[in-house]
Write a protein that binds this ligand. Structure first.
Ligand SMILES: [Zn+2]
Ligand SMILES: [Zn+2]
Length: 303
């Protein structure tokens, strides 16, 4: 009971403090106390840390979309940790649970329980998944375990670095405002992309492609594509679907820093595509009982 209250208090702090800091930041902007170096710091740290989540936590760690060089893996996981979205292990476990039960009972953050719940309400419910159930392979990975165990160190560094570079306003913009933006863009994938947008593929969930989240989330907004082909390193599947994370994985491959990059073949792409885009929500097919998914090979949801 006591730990539950503590958990909720910490969650409230993590969510509310950056929000209040953003309001303060806007006030300071109007008062002309913000300068270009602060905004440059915000843009740089936002980009690096968001890519740590999209490429590192999501595509590399959770979906095994490519095999990275160990140094690349370490750097990406450290950057992902700096987003304050939980340790690498708990992020991966929760996300695999989402794919295993998408928009059904057991999904940690589905809008079927309300938009706010999908966006951030779920964080207050202690609905995190157990890594020993959902990603047993990662629990034995020394790099993943090391970065997860030292999670608080990376959280501290993500605030100390902007402070050392830009002082108090650097901490405000490069630290707290950056956390606020990273959080809401990531959470929008769970809420907005399971509610609004277009569907190109029939999937057993409510995933949609939403261009704005695609842009801000460096490709993560092409979420219907992602649910149709979870293991693909590229979420943008057409030339016009901007996918910065995918372009960077492609570059890492060219540099020899990423191997076995998983791609969707043109044949399976055209086979799955409905050719006409739909905005209507497709009712999920026959639900799979929670226990059944948990007892089956979790790998199935990743392919
Ligand atoms: Zn989803
Ligand atoms: Zn995913």
């Amino acid at each position: 009971m006591h730990s539950k209250t503590l958990y909720k208090a910490i969650m409230l702090l993590v969510v509310v403090v950056p929000f209040l800091a953003t309001v303060l930041a806007i006030y300071l902007l109007w008062a002309r106390a913000v300068n270009w170096p602060d905004l440059a710091l915000l843009a740089t740290l936002y980009s690096l840390i968001a890519l740590g989540v999209t490429i590192g936590y999501h595509r590399m760690l959770t979906h095994r979309s490519f095999r990275p060089h160990p140094v690349v893996k370490l750097v990406l996981l450290v950057l992902g940790s700096m987003s304050l979205e939980g340790s690498a292990l708990s992020w991966a476990a929760t996300h695999i649970k989402h794919h295993a039960h998408s928009d059904r009972e057991g999904d940690p953050h589905s809008p079927i329980e309300g938009f706010f719940h999908a966006h951030m309400g779920w964080l207050f419910r202690e609905s995190m998944a157990d890594p020993n159930v959902y990603c047993r392979n990662l629990v034995k990975d020394p790099i993943v375990v090391f970065v997860s165990r030292t999670f608080l160190l990376w959280v501290a560094l993500s605030l100390v670095i902007p402070f050392l570079i830009g002082g108090w306003t650097g901490l405000l913009w490069g630290g707290l405002v950056r956390i606020f933006l990273t959080h809401h863009v990531t959470w929008s994938v769970n809420s907005v992309c399971h509610t609004f947008g277009k569907r190109e593929f029939e999937t057993n969930d409510r995933s949609h492609n939403e261009w704005l989240v695609g842009l801000l989330g460096f490709g993560e907004g092409w979420h219907n594509n992602h649910h149709a082909f979870p293991r693909s390193a590229f979420h943008g599947l057409h030339w016009w679907q901007f996918d910065l994370s995918g372009y960077i994985i492609w570059t890492l491959e060219r540099l020899g820093l990423a191997r076995e990059v998983y791609r969707v073949s043109p044949v399976s792409l055209s086979r799955r595509s409905t050719h006409k885009q739909k905005s209507a929500v497709t009712v999920p097919a026959t639900p799979v009982p929670v226990e059944e998914v948990e007892n089956s090979q979790v790998d199935k949801v990743l392919i």
